[in-house]
Ligand binder design. Structure first.
Ligand SMILES: C[S@@+](CC[C@H](N)C(=O)[O-])C[C@H]1O[C@@H](n2cnc3c(N)ncnc32)[C@H](O)[C@@H]1O
Length: 385
């Protein structure tokens, strides 16, 4: 068996348990969740697999040194204890990303500078030359995380965040992060067991992530570049094998995935993204006002969407959210409906009792993912009221 090493997958607030489950299902060892991260063990092939297949990971890091530092000098000395010439060479560029939660090391820029100096000085002492820093597109990204006096130095194996799947060319005014969208589908426990509708689909992110979940498609199959491709242990043959094994497990779509949006220009953008994701056969979208729509079949339906919050898109909160509730009750019997909103006031006007509410972060906004069971009899009860 090839060498096993520690890895850390970073994620968004509230997504730790979903990511832990994903990593276990993919075959990771020693999986343990922390705050906005999950640590695990695997080999080089697993590092490739995690980058290609994890839906709720933002980055996969490979820690290379952990230590306690109480002075700037000990930070510098510990960084110099790594033989950096084994990690990269003079002709490769690098960048440092530092995150600090510490009273002593309270400036991430200063920490980046110190770590950079330690690396550059080591190269200069050895070769009389130094590698260059490239903040935008470095060959090697080094991640520094300091919690009080505990320092972790890791190599970033992903590069661009893993939510950049490579399918979104066009966005509307309020596009959703792909990792956030995948996690919402997973929280709602939909994996292709019945028809799925996003009735306010915008650029189509939820639809695309849902289709990939139902068909077991690795979310990053179209990504051209991962940072590990510039590492000195880059194994192109192993990567191709891992990718091929994942692609072999793709299943055909057995249910209908549909998207509506009332805005035709948004629909066109969504169509383009769906095409880029190679999912035009799996997802149907049409221009439609959800409030004038009806459930189209007698069979169970799963709704998941992201209505406007009145943050980036203007709406009249009370009327808008009340109409969502009325549409559920009158036109969607036999449906499980979920939506995410940061408009907590809006939730009060739905007029149905949520059977679950999950706290999630949508960027800087604290949001709720709410679930409503709309039984076939709900329409009658509603009309009698
Ligand atoms: C917050 S955006 C959805 C973003 C989407 N999740 C994405 O990733 O791009 C809300 C969308 O709802 C649409 N919308 C608002 N009211 C609607 C209605 N009554 N029926 C259908 N779509 C509506 C807007 O046009 C907008 O595209």
């Amino acid at each position: 068996m090839s060498e096993q090493f520690n890895m850390v997958a970073k994620t968004i607030f509230g997504y730790e348990e979903l990511l832990e489950k994903e990593l276990i299902a993919l075959g990771a060892a020693d999986v343990a969740k922390g705050k906005r991260m999950v640590s695990f063990k695997g080999d080089l092939g697993f590092l490739y697999k995690a980058n290609l297949a994890c839906r709720t990971a933002i980055k996969i890091l490979k820690p290379i040194l952990q230590f306690s530092a109480f002075t700037e000098k000990s930070l510098y000395d510990n960084v110099q204890s790594i033989d950096w010439s084994k990690v990269f060479n003079l002709h490769q560029t690098f960048a440092i990303d530092a995150t600090v939660h510490s009273e002593f090391f309270n400036h991430s820029l200063f920490v980046s500078q110190k770590v950079k100096d330690a690396i550059v000085d080591q190269f200069r002492d050895k070769y009389n030359e130094r590698p260059s820093v490239d903040l935008k597109t470095p060959d090697i990204r080094i991640n520094v995380y300091i919690n009080e006096h505990e320092v972790s130095i890791a190599l970033d194996s992903s590069g661009d965040s893993l939510n950049k799947r490579g399918y979104r060319a066009e966005t509307n005014v309020a596009p959703m992060n792909e990792v956030l969208a995948a996690g919402l589908v997973m929280f709602s426990d939909w994996h292709g067991q019945c028809d799925f509708l996003d009735p306010m689909c915008g650029s189509g992110t939820i639809l695309i992530e849902a289709a990939m979940i139902a068909q077991n498609i690795p979310p990053n199959r179209h990504r051209k570049y991962f940072a590990f491709m510039k590492w000195n242990d880059w194994n192109e043959t192993l990567f191709a094998q891992i990718k091929e094994n994942l692609l072999k497990k793709i299943k055909p779509m057995e249910v209908k995935i549909t998207g509506y949006d009332k805005d035709q220009s948004v629909i066109e953008k969504a169509l383009n993204n769906i095409k880029l994701a190679g999912l035009e056969k799996s997802i149907a979208i049409k221009q439609m006002n959800f409030f004038q729509s009806k459930k189209e079949t007698e069979t169970p339906l799963h709704i998941l969407f992201n209505p406007p919050y009145n943050e980036r898109i203007d709406i009249e909160t009370e009327t808008f959210y009340k109409t969502i509730g009325d549409t559920f009750k009158k036109n969607y019997p036999g449906t499980t409906a979920w939506f995410i909103t940061a408009n907590l006031e809006g939730l009060k006007y739905i007029g149905l009792k949520a059977s679950r509410k999950i706290v999630v972060a949508n960027g800087q906004l604290e949001a709720r993912l709410a679930k409503y069971e709309i039984y076939a009899g709900t329409k009658r009860i509603f009309l009698r009221e």
